[in-house]
Design a protein around this ligand. Structure first.
Ligand code: PEP
Length: 256
């Protein structure tokens, strides 16, 4: 089947790494390293909250977009430790990650919470990268597709077509995150195709054909090309390998 014309996207999740100075230095290195990268792909970085404003300044005028690693759904209020969509938009974020497995596993993020975060972001004009993915125990028990479907339907609950068009889904098998154990291109493609079918049921084939589905889980310079060769893999959400300009740049410069 012919590949749909979806713009590839490579997003770097810096997690809890980097002082403001370190984050700016990485952003500046990336900016110059990627100045001559192919322009047909979208590049996004997600520094820690404290570095967002400074990294936004360091990237001003470049094609690299700013992303937050999480977002609350309320506009303001007594929500200690949370950050509102408008606050993120104010510092220049265009994207936010919602439902990363580390949020789900370590901080009790629920399917319903992921939906609220995505909706809050969209209402403020931010574009969510909605993460879904099964644990190793779930995969070994043959429950991968059931888990993916539950997480996806819950995350997209009550979203209109325009909202679904604005977001990306990242398939991140929990067993592949930070473990060095990448899903094979075939495993990624199999789940991405199921995700696209679920979104077609929710929002129609046209929107589903245009939806970008990223793969995340130990993406590195030496496996990005084979992952991107799969027809339903439209990009990558990269953790560890996004912390070094050269390795992230090579991932951005994937070849199909
Ligand atoms: C992630 O944090 O989303 C991720 C995929 O991490 P890593 O690339 O390090 O596995």
């Amino acid at each position: 089947m012919a590949r749909q014309p979806r713009q590839a996207m490579i997003a770097g999740n810096w997690k809890m790494h980097g002082t403001i100075a370190e984050a700016c230095s990485l952003a500046s290195a990336l900016r110059s390293r990627l100045a001559s990268a192919p322009a047909d792909r979208e590049v996004v970085v997600a520094p820690p909250f404290t570095a967002l404003a400074a990294v936004g300044e360091a990237l001003r005028g470049s094609a690299i977009a700013l992303c937050a690693q999480n977002v609350h759904w309320e506009t303001k209020g007594a929500f200690t430790g949370e950050v509102s969509p408008a606050m993120l938009a104010e510092v220049g974020c265009r994207w936010v990650i919602a439902g990363h497995s580390e949020r789900r596993q370590l901080f009790g993020e629920t399917d319903a919470g992921v939906n609220r975060r995505a909706r809050g972001a969209l209402e403020a004009g931010l574009r969510p990268i909605v993460c879904v993915g099964e644990t190793l125990a779930e995969r070994d028990a043959g429950r991968c597709f059931e888990v993916i479907e539950r997480q996806t339907r819950a995350a997209l609950l009550d979203l209109g077509s325009a909202d679904i068009q604005a977001l990306c889904i990242a398939y991140e098998p929990v067993w592949a995150i930070g473990t060095g154990r990448t899903a094979t291109p075939g495993q990624a493609e199999e789940v991405h195709a199921v995700l696209r079918r679920i979104v077609a049921e929710l929002a129609g084939k046209e929107i589903s054909d245009h939806l970008r589905i990223l793969y995340g889980g130990s993406v590195k310079p030496d496996n990005i090309d084979s992952l991107m060769a799969e027809p339903d893999v439209d990009g990558a959400l990269v953790g560890g390998a996004s912390l070094e300009a050269e390795s992230f740049a090579r991932i951005v410069e994937f070849r199909r």
